[in-house]
Ligand binder design. Structure first.
Ligand code: SAM
Length: 324
């Protein structure tokens, strides 16, 4: 089996097909999905795509598998999960419809997906609906590969961690597609908790962090991750541990140490600690990448901080000496 790090030298060998479905992944991420499918996977255990959307990422992974001599198309399966419909709270885009927009009378793009993925349907298993309903809580079969492009909320991440991360074994490969998203800090602190048991493939590929599991992950670690049982301070330390391991992405466009620092602010923000969140975020205003791409994040954190009741220095002092 190919070491994940070796795939980085093969990016230029991958050409994207002209009929590739609309996708929210970058060219590099799509090339990497192809390379993992083509050179790294076997299909002996579960291959799972969480957040298939209009099918761009699924297509490239499936194309790699299709061209992989070690993958048996008769027995190997690629499991694709998504709502496959647009609507409030789905995080799906109307661009996932082949026409580029939703028809009048239908909010499902499942048929569009099927049509576009038709060359690979013989080994594609589609799970349409909310992940909490479409994934099996009793399935403990090992997962060989996880592409995670679905964990936009803590609620969904809980499902991902309970039902999929718990099935990782030494040799399993994980791609976290939203790793450059500071509003999704569960991706970052959970990775921090897994660090002793994984090997990060190399610099993130644009927004995607890729890693391989190298040691069995103890059950109590997986339980704490899936139950979100870390304190705020522990989460910040776990993110710091990840910062020590990642820097700029493969294309040199994304400064991950800063992105992860902003993710720490969101850990505090979600915990209602808005003063602390802003004290972490404010110094990052001078970061060129973050100020250019995450102005809305700063505005959100500043607004929450400013809405907090202000405590005067005198009453803070009184409280400290036990008079208030
Ligand atoms: C960023 S998009 C995926 C993009 C896709 N990988 C691509 O190549 O363009 C995220 C997807 O997650 C799906 N999603 C989010 N929460 C979900 C849930 N609870 N159950 C099922 N699908 C969900 C949305 O329907 C959406 O299509």
């Amino acid at each position: 089996m190919t070491n994940l790090a070796r795939l980085y030298s093969l990016f230029d060998s991958v050409e994207l097909p002209e009929d590739l479905p609309y996708t929210q992944c970058s060219t590099w991420e799509l090339q990497f999905l192809y390379l993992v499918g083509r050179h790294r996977l076997t299909g002996r255990d579960r291959i799972v795509e969480l957040g298939a959307g209009g099918g761009g990422s699924t297509y490239m992974l499936a194309m790699g598998l299709d061209e992989n001599p070690a993958f048996d198309r008769r027995t190997g399966r690629l499991h694709a999960y998504d709502f496959f419909r647009v609507g409030k709270g789905t995080f799906a885009s109307e661009k996932f419809f082949t026409a580029g927009h939703k028809p009048e009378d239908d909010n499902s793009f499942l048929n569009d997906f099927r049509e576009r993925l038709s060359p690979f349907l013989p080994f594609l298993e589609i799970h349409a609906g909310d992940l909490w309903q479409t994934s099996d809580p009793d399935d403990t079969s090992p997962v060989e590969f996880l592409h995670i492009d679905i964990a936009k909320t803590a609620r969904v991440f809980r499902c991902v961690s309970e039902r999929f991360l718990t099935r990782l074994q030494p040799g399993s490969v994980v791609l976290h597609q939203d790793f450059a998203g500071p509003r999704l800090p569960w991706l970052h602190h959970s990775t921090g908790a897994l660090l002793p048991y994984i090997e990060i493939a190399g610099p993130p590929i644009r927004s995607t962090l890729a890693f391989e599991v190298t040691k069995p992950i103890p059950g109590d670690v997986l339980k704490r991750v899936s139950e979100d049982a870390y304190t705020v301070d522990e989460k910040l330390d776990l993110i710091t541990a990840v910062q020590d391991r990642v820097d700029r992405d493969h294309t040199d466009g994304i400064p991950f140490k800063s992105v992860l620092e902003l993710a720490k602010a969101y850990v505090c923000h979600y915990d209602g600690q808005h003063r602390r969140a802003w004290s972490i975020a404010k110094p990052l205003l001078t970061d060129e990448y973050l100020s250019r791409t995450r102005a809305d994040h700063f505005a959100q954190l500043r607004k929450a901080y400013e809405a907090e009741p202000k405590v005067s220095p005198m009453s803070r002092l009184k409280r400290l000496v036990g008079m208030g």
